[in-house]
Design a protein around this ligand. Structure first.
Ligand SMILES: [Zn+2]
Length: 563
């Protein structure tokens, strides 16, 4: 992003000499309905921490979104996935507010955006208006709430970032209030033997602990017999008063005999560290159960900056004959707390459950690059693709290769290259690299074709194959028929779909002129707004061309009348 030097200077001046870190009176709410959250800041998501709050919009779209303070639009991004339609406003106090999954922008911004879309002939755009080009005043309507991009229901995703380093901060630290007198909920408590010889309740493996609620509201866990270096993990969520949504907790505090061993919270983090969430959670457990245990100890490869306190990496060295009182406090932002007490006894017992390790021939040392030739495919892992060393499971099949499983997280992309030399030129055109999902269904992977070598870059472990897509996309009108009079219609809507490799591109013209079609992959719909172009002909010829990821293409032609 281009930011004039004087602006950077002013911003840093304000951050150093200005007000407190989270000014309480500076911002209004981005909506004029009560704040009820479907998601909290720092909430555990796939490969990232949630960088904002998700504000529920009463199961509706189209509610006005207000600028939280005076400012200037610094970025507008429209994409099929991710944030959908998103607006970024920088404020003079050094913060940037972000509004995402929008249905549309205010008329002024909408006009600015459409000009660029028509100029670039693309629905997906990203622009960085000059500082002051689109000035915004506090309380003005800048957009309307929607459900665009990677959103599974109408809501407003709202962020407050530090303008200088773009670090997202917890929007609830600025005095926006959410009714919340409800304690977080504990769903699961787990103990981990961490050192080679460590044991917990006669096991070398993770043990789920039982607990019961005491008269004073705290939880008391069953007594744990342990030896060696151990750690604990919790599965918890937070609820606010006015909705049943299971949101993320704000902070976790672990004490051992009164001493703070672990303390982390979510007032801020940086996007560059967000993927290390895969080291905070028990990733193997997540792969199996799709549930997230937050570990109170620092696992190998964990580079998170969220820790306020970390003693002995949050690990507890349990010695024979000693007793330990482990306490874990799980808190929301309002300070509502659930407390758990775990009595630990240093006892040596016979181990009944041994640690199991699948010793494959491929011990992967992650600090060096690794290359494997599987015959039909090669796999290349750059150094530090993974957080730790492990035994990699590799199995070449007839047409598939198994590259381990979903119980290990990759932090970096690795490369899979298939040899497609046994196929004819015509066949190769229709082939693509597919990841087989848990039901064995092929999912398209971005396939780079270089002669007979097909490669893809991915962070997803699992089974891969070459799949073939011979069927071109399907296009059908949703709200009109051939030769129909559409004078009173505001929109043209069509359904586009592809059976296998997925839609790569679409293009629509009206009487030969490119028109903007807004694509919503969730509903397989492309929509044209008749307000965009002034039609000077009574008869309109519509052409829509849709191409899938291997290049199969379908053209749809229709004509209609409009006055
Ligand atoms: Zn969100």
């Amino acid at each position: 992003m281009r930011v004039p030097a004087i602006v950077l200077f002013l911003l840093s001046f304000q951050l150093i000499f200005g007000q407190s870190e989270y000014p309480k009176e500076a911002f209004r709410s981005p909506v004029d309905i009560p704040l009820i959250l479907a998601g909290t800041f720092g909430e555990l998501r796939s490969n990232h921490f949630h960088a904002g709050i998700d504000i529920k919009t009463q199961q509706r779209e189209g509610l006005p979104v207000y600028a939280i303070a005076d400012g200037t639009v610094t970025r507008i991004k429209i994409s099929h996935w991710g944030y959908g339609k998103a607006l970024y406003i920088a404020h003079p106090n050094g913060y940037t507010s972000v509004y995402a999954h929008l249905q549309k922008f205010s008329p002024e911004i909408e006009k600015f955006v459409k000009e660029i879309q028509y100029q670039k002939e693309s629905y997906e755009i990203e622009v960085f208006p000059d500082y002051g080009e689109i000035k915004i005043s506090k309380d003005s309507i800048v957009a309307y709430t929607g459900n665009t991009g990677g959103s599974s229901g109408p809501h407003l995703h709202f962020e407050i970032r530090n303008s200088v380093n773009q670090k997202p901060t917890n929007p609830l630290l600025y005095g926006l209030s959410v009714r919340d007198a409800t304690n977080p909920s504990l769903v699961g408590l787990h103990a981990y033997p961490l050192s080679q010889e460590a044991q917990v309740n006669q096991s070398n493996k993770r043990v789920q602990l039982t607990y019961s609620k005491q008269a004073d509201g705290t939880y008391l866990a069953e007594k744990v017999n342990a030896l060696g270096t151990i750690g604990f993990g919790i599965n918890a969520f937070d609820r606010q008063d006015l909705a049943a949504n299971k949101n993320g907790v704000f902070s976790v505090l672990q004490r051992v005999n009164g001493k703070v061993y672990t303390e982390f919270d979510f007032d801020s983090f940086s996007f560059s560290e967000s993927r290390y969430i895969n080291t905070l959670i028990d990733y193997a457990y997540f792969g199996r159960n799709r549930k997230r245990i937050q570990q109170c100890f620092k696992a190998p490869g964990n580079k998170l900056s969220i820790y306020k306190t970390l003693f002995n990496d949050g690990k507890i060295d349990v010695k024979e004959g000693y007793s330990y009182k482990v306490e874990i406090d799980i808190m929301d932002l309002e300070g509502n707390t659930v407390k758990i007490v775990i009595p630990v006894e240093g006892v040596r017992e016979p181990v009944l459950v041994e640690r199991e390790e699948n010793r494959t021939p491929y011990l992967l040392k992650t600090h060096v690059p690794n290359n494997y030739d599987l015959g039909i495919a090669r796999v290349y892992f750059p150094e530090d693709t993974f957080y730790d060393d492990f035994y990699l499971d590799l199995k070449p099949g007839q047409d598939t290769v198994r590259i381990h499983n979903n119980r290990v997280a990759a932090h970096k992309n690795f490369t899979i290259a298939f040899d497609a030399s046994k196929y004819s030129d015509d066949d190769r055109k229709e082939l693509f690299i597919a990841h087989l999902d848990k039901d064995g269904k092929p999912q398209y992977m971005n396939t780079y074709k270089n002669g007979t070598s097909f490669s893809t870059r991915t962070r997803l472990l699992g089974t891969y194959t070459l799949a073939r897509d011979t069927v071109p996309p399907k296009i059908r009108p949703r709200n009109f028929k051939e030769k129909q009079w559409l004078t009173n219609y505001r929109y043209l809507s069509l359904r586009i779909a592809d059976n296998l490799s997925g839609i790569k591109s679409y293009k629509a013209t009206l009487n030969g002129e490119w028109i903007l079609m807004e694509y919503e992959p969730k509903t397989s719909t492309i929509t044209y707004n008749f307000d965009d172009v002034i039609l000077d002909k009574k008869q309109c010829m519509l052409e829509v061309v849709v191409t899938d990821n291997v290049g199969n293409s379908t053209t749809f032609n229709s004509s209609f009348f409009r006055r």
